[in-house]
Design a binder for this molecule. Structure first.
Ligand code: OXC
Length: 315
């Protein structure tokens, strides 16, 4: 009988141990108690919450999400139950899985208040600070593009915030922007970087009706899914090059298969998040992707994902 070697797909995000490197992306089926309970019992390696604000929010008008075979467009507008709901949920819930509280204050001051609250919780593994929501009506600037302010914000945060902090970034399209952002992040005790959020301000059109497909912001919204994988890979690769090696990257964008996960890791991701494809398939996706990744590693004779993180070859 041929004994198959155990394949290790666990991840260690600065001391936060995930049994599987595959988890949900913030925003996807992680808003309500029902959603979170399903994630807890699923085979995802961690639970990430919907980005929360201080007060509960209904979000933008519907229709606000649309998907086609190659991707998705959304302008959800941060519908969430408010930070107290997520902190209370955790307080009551006895479970072992790493839990990432995603926050996205509507102002910088609101982010500070949210972080003060998160600081008091002994149940969260880390905060993922979302600097990249593209869909807030009346706010044109995605914080992650505001290079002048980020340093000051992080400086203020680390004066009082003592728990692990990850930063969720928007996609960048110029090497110099990634270099600049990495230079800023390298100065702070960041626990991880998640890249990328959806590609902001895309437009999808229904050719029969000759209309846009979502209502908010005249149809403009964040693009996710298969279509954005090359941009996710490029951002991961460049951040892997420029970030301090102590800052792991969580890859997000366009993952539909075990092979896609392999590509993210090869570019430099230590773990991955699933967005659009998780909406399509539900929690069973974590099992499918885990199996596909393990199968691929067996074929390639890798015993652990640690063997090839960032080991992409170039000509
Ligand atoms: N990214 C976010 O950060 N937030 C949501 N959409 C998105 O693409 C949202 O709530 O609009």
């Amino acid at each position: 009988m041929i004994m198959k070697k155990k394949i290790d797909i666990s991840a260690n995000i600065n001391g936060i141990k995930l049994a599987s490197c595959i988890m949900n992306a913030s925003g996807v089926l992680c808003t309500t108690e029902v959603d979170l309970n399903k994630l807890i019992v699923s085979s995802s390696g961690a639970v990430v919450t919907k980005s929360c604000t201080l007060k509960p929010r209904k979000g933008n008008l519907e229709p606000r999400y649309f998907e086609w075979n190659m991707g998705s467009i959304n302008s959800m507008g941060l519908p969430n139950l408010g930070i107290d709901f997520y902190l209370d949920f955790l307080e009551k819930k006895n479970h072992q899985k790493p839990f990432f509280l995603s926050i996205s204050g509507l102002t910088i001051e609101e982010n500070y208040i949210l972080l003060h609250k998160a600081n008091l919780s002994s149940h969260i593994s880390a905060v993922e600070l979302n600097l990249s929501c593209p869909n807030i009506i009346g706010k044109d600037q995605v914080l992650g593009y505001d290079f002048n302010n980020i340093s000051k914000i992080l400086e203020n945060i680390f004066k009082f915030y003592k728990k692990p902090l990850g930063i969720k970034l928007p996609p960048y399209f110029e090497n110099k922007h990634i270099q600049k952002m990495a230079f800023i992040l390298n100065k702070y005790p960041i626990s991880f970087v998640t890249c990328i959020n959806s590609l902001p301000n895309g437009l999808f059109i229904d050719i029969n009706k000759e209309t846009v497909v979502i209502q908010p912001k005249m149809g403009f919204g964040g693009i996710g899914g298969k279509t954005i994988k090359p941009f996710a890979l490029a951002n991961i690769r460049q951040f892997y090059t420029y970030l301090r090696k102590e800052i792991p990257i969580i890859g997000c964008g366009g993952i539909c298969s075990g092979e896609d996960i392999f590509e993210h890791i090869l570019c430099g991701a230590s773990a991955v998040q699933i967005g659009t494809q998780f909406i399509k398939e539900g929690v069973s996706i974590f099992d499918r992707l885990r199996k596909e990744l393990v199968h691929l590693l067996q074929k390639k004779k890798y015993t652990s994902i640690n063997r090839f993180i960032g080991k992409l070859n170039v000509f």
